[in-house]
Design a protein around this ligand. Structure first.
Ligand SMILES: Cc1cc2nc3c(=O)[nH]c(=O)nc-3n(C[C@H](O)[C@H](O)[C@H](O)COP(=O)(O)OP(=O)(O)OC[C@H]3O[C@@H](n4cnc5c(N)ncnc54)[C@H](O)[C@@H]3O)c2cc1C
Length: 303
């Protein structure tokens, strides 16, 4: 198991900035995951879980606890046909929480399974995507998830049906109950045409390249979509495109993105976030909430 003390979390998050964690662990098996959680409990240390770190920002002061990444758990299988009548025309993929969404999309394409194209360009792991109910271009995890397996912080395994997860826009029940670690999930996809699936993935990748500042580190869209609005449009209409604090900037390509333009600190990003929130509230009366999970000293995540 990878174990790094006083770990620089900028190296493990897509924002490429942020403070240090007391200990960073990357278990490769469920036994190692259980050991890690038991050890943190024994030592009465705070701990949090992560996947690919593509929606997390560690505040500059760091996290005085253990960060346990599920990246090392990445078995991925196409499941055998059940033969059941209701499953005709569908295929199932089972994947560990650490599998990247792009790897799952590749397996779906290779087996002519449609409906996962929306996730092919999201740079997260399955665990992070389930927790956040990640989505794009009209699709979301809610559309494809069948079940999820978790381990709780005492090592107990539980299976959940997708209907139990309270999936809604960028939300699952696991966001309110951080005692559950997502360890694997099953998705169900309709059979499709390989060329169509591939064309859709290419089209979405092209749209991302055109519209998103992918050459800079970021965590994607920084804010959740407020009811009845688009965060990027409000930010642009407030004249904030290109606004820079320290090395952090409101992207001038896509105002919904805060980017690490030039050696930003997490404090630059958070200050910029506050300026954007205050300006948009003043101008339009709309409160923008970060989608990015901001990790502060133990137990505090800013939403
Ligand atoms: C360029 C770019 C584009 C993006 N585009 C999109 C997009 O189109 N749509 C979208 O929805 N998102 C997008 N994102 C954001 C991000 O990729 C997704 O939210 C993704 O699902 C996060 O997965 P992750 O593994 O990186 O999670 P992390 O960032 O590691 O974690 C996110 C949250 O999930 C928790 N978590 C992670 N894994 C587990 C687990 N196994 N068990 C319990 N809790 C866990 C963490 O504690 C944290 O609270 C984008 C990000 C970038 C950088």
């Amino acid at each position: 198991m990878i174990r790094i003390e006083n770990c620089d979390m900028s190296e493990h998050t897509s924002f490429r900035c942020g403070g240090r964690a007391a200990i960073y662990l990357e278990p490769e098996t469920l036994e190692e995951l259980k050991e890690a959680v038991e050890a943190a409990n024994r030592e009465s240390r705070a701990f949090i879980f992560m996947g690919n770190g593509s929606n997390m920002l560690f505040a500059e002061e760091g996290y005085d606890g253990w960060v346990i990444s599920l990246r090392g758990l990445k078995d991925l299988v196409l499941m055998a046909d059940s033969g059941a009548e209701e499953d005709q025309g569908y295929g199932y993929i089972g994947a560990d929480a650490g599998c990247s969404l792009s790897a799952i999309a590749k397996l779906a394409l290779a087996n002519r399974l449609a409906g996962f194209e929306f996730a092919s360009g999201i740079p997260g792991s399955l665990g992070g995507a389930v927790l956040m109910n990640a989505g794009a271009y009209g699709g979301e995890m809610k559309d494809v998830l069948v079940s999820v397996r978790t381990m709780d912080i005492f090592g107990r395994i539980r299976d959940w049906k997708a209907e139990e997860l309270e999936l809604s826009y960028r939300h699952s029940c696991f966001m309110d109950d951080r005692t559950q670690i997502i360890i694997s999930a099953v998705i169900r996809l309709p059979r499709g045409d390989r060329a169509d699936i591939e064309a859709k993935m290419k089209d979405l990748a092209e749209r991302r390249r055109e519209k998103q500042p992918l050459q800079y580190p970021s965590a994607g869209s920084f804010f959740k979509r407020p009811e009845g609005h688009f965060a990027g449009k409000l930010i642009e209409d407030a004249g904030l495109k290109g606004l820079q604090i320290g090395g952090a900037q409101v992207s001038d390509l896509h105002a919904g993105f805060i980017i690490n333009k030039d050696r930003a600190t997490a404090t630059d990003v958070i200050e910029l976030m506050h300026v954007v929130q205050e300006t948009v509230l003043d101008r339009f009366g709309v409160r923008l909430e970060p989608e990015v999970q901001i990790i502060r000293l133990p137990e505090k995540e800013e939403n």
